[in-house]
Design a protein around this ligand. Structure first.
Ligand code: C2E
Ligand code: CA
Ligand code: CA
Length: 475
């Protein structure tokens, strides 16, 4: 059964039954309903549908009619096609039933997970007259449902217009000065010994109407409007304050802040960074900046100049999203960077996609040959963590180890990780940030630890070829 949901996957595959249903509906007075389902896991587990395909399938099949189609979309949402409904109310009724069917937690051998389903609904002909449009509108509605924490949202052209209206986004300026932005921190784990080398700083916007807005929705607006400059300074300042707070409690962690193209355009950036480091009182070696490969490669000459100035401060630089930006190898050797971060798209799928595994391995080798530290982001499973270790990747980051969490949760994560009392199966840490109420940290690599336990020392020293002991599991 689990195979059924896997067998029929992908946006493209969904288009055929949707298009067929539309053709049939054209000759009747019936409507076509398209539902997209996702689960509250924002920065927790990655796609819930990856982890519980069987249970999702069973629950949906028990709720829906045989004639309804269920498909796992490319981005992990579940698509449901209701080929023939009487009206909007029918689709809403089905959404309510689906929502209820996910009230019970998912359960597997080690994991019990309470999730909340969110559903986006779009209908033919009202919201779109072809499969593509309908899927897209259902996705917009799903995005609203996730943001507004609603069980379902029916697509509305008005809402779509409102969502990114200049008025709403003009609030971004107010958000920066009015403290509506907040930061989460995602630990980076050293593969050799499981220690945490530092955290990546990820920005969120607590919007008064829209709820928590993710950076993919507001960073592009900030870039277009020039607000990215004050936003980045705010992020730098708050990250350094957090870093100092950790330093004061004896926790020495690096903080990695993301920079945008516009930031590199500003000639005053190095001076501003120097000023912030000095006024907050954090050593420059604790600050790292991540710059995407495409930003650097859009104007490598200029990037080299600006990055060199920042590097002179003692701040380290990493190329982000490596593998997606057509790097010129010639420039790669000239950039004053210390590290490469392999884009998560390769890492996420490396266990199922041999080509991506080869790419990951090649990037690691390339980075090492250039004397760079290599970090893998998007490590979602134990298998991928194991593969990364086999490939001698230096550091890894991802939901498998820890989602982005608020500052105090990083302390708990570190405490759980180093506690001598911590046993592989005892829950020691819980994350409540970003709807993670149901997540609790235990020893993720439980079975590895169990079979190799004798080789672990209480001091946390680990034999070079072993995996770090921790990550998290879901209550
Ligand atoms: P990024 O720099 O590639 O950041 C990593 C993104 O991957 C984060 O998304 C993080 O939550 C997510 N992530 C972490 N682990 C996993 C995993 O195991 N699986 C999956 N699927 N995703 C994972 P987030 O926080 O939504 O950030 C998205 C992008 O927004 C970032 O991508 C970064 O480019 C940008 N961004 C975030 N904060 C800032 C900021 O303060 N300034 C600038 N300029 N950009 C930012
Ligand atoms: Ca980044
Ligand atoms: Ca990245």
């Amino acid at each position: 059964m689990a195979d059924d949901i896997k067998a029929l996957t992908g946006d493209t595959l969904f288009q055929l039954p949707v298009a067929n249903a539309i053709v049939t509906a054209q000759h009747s007075s019936r409507l076509v309903g398209l539902l997209l389902i996702d689960f509250d896991h924002a920065d927790g587990l990655g796609n819930v549908s990856n982890h519980f395909p069987q249970q999702i399938w069973t629950r949906l099949r028990n709720t829906l009619r045989d004639t309804d189609t269920i498909i796992r979309m490319d981005s992990g949402e579940i698509g449901v096609l209701l080929p023939s409904v009487n009206g909007t109310e029918d689709a809403i009724l089905v959404a309510g039933k689906i929502h209820a069917s996910f009230a019970e937690p998912f359960q597997s051998e080690n994991i019990r997970l309470n999730v909340k389903a969110h559903i986006g609904i779009a209908l033919y002909p009202e919201h779109g007259n072809n499969a593509d449009a309908l899927i897209q509108q259902a996705r917009v509605a799903l995005g609203d449902a996730m943001r507004m924490k609603k069980s379902y949202v029916l697509f509305s052209h008005d809402a779509k217009r409102r969502r990114h209206s200049p008025l709403r986004m003009s609030r971004l300026r107010q958000a920066i000065v009015g403290d509506e932005l907040f930061l989460l921190y995602q630990p980076k784990v050293i593969m050799r010994d499981g220690a945490v080398s530092g955290v990546e700083v990820l920005c969120r916007w607590q919007h008064p109407d829209l709820g928590v807005v993710l950076p993919d929705d507001f960073i592009p607006v900030a870039e277009r409007t020039g607000l990215i400059v004050p936003l980045t300074l705010w992020v730098l300042y708050r990250s350094l304050l957090q870093c100092r707070e950790w330093n004061e409690t004896g926790i020495e962690l690096g903080v990695a802040v993301n920079l945008s193209m516009k930031n590199l355009d500003a000639p005053e950036l190095p001076t501003q960074i120097a000023g912030l480091l000095k006024s907050v009182g954090v050593p420059s070696k604790q600050l790292e900046l991540e710059i995407t490969e495409s930003t650097i490669m859009s104007d490598p000459q200029r990037a080299i100049r600006n990055l060199a100035l920042i590097r002179e401060l003692g701040v380290s630089l990493t190329i982000d999203d490596f593998g997606t930006g057509y790097s010129s190898l010639a420039y790669l050797t000239k950039l004053p960077v210390e590290g490469l971060k392999i884009d998560k798209s390769f890492v996420q799928s490396m266990e199922s996609d041999r080509d991506n595994a080869v790419i990951v391995r090649s990037i690691i080798d390339l980075g090492h040959n250039l004397g760079l530290k290599v970090v893998a982001e998007g490590t979602e499973t134990r298998k991928s963590a194991e593969m990364l270790q086999t490939y001698h990747c230096d550091e890894a980051q991802g939901y498998y180890f820890c989602p982005p969490v608020a500052g105090p949760k990083v302390n708990e994560f570190l405490a759980a990780q180093s506690s001598p009392l911590r046993q592989p199966n005892s829950p020691t840490w819980s994350a409540s940030e970003n709807n993670l109420d149901n997540l609790s940290l235990v020893a993720p690599l439980t079975d590895i630890v169990n079979t190799q336990k004798h080789r672990y020392e209480r001091s946390g020293k680990v034999n070079g070829d072993e995996l770090p002991e921790f990550a998290f599991k879901i209550r």
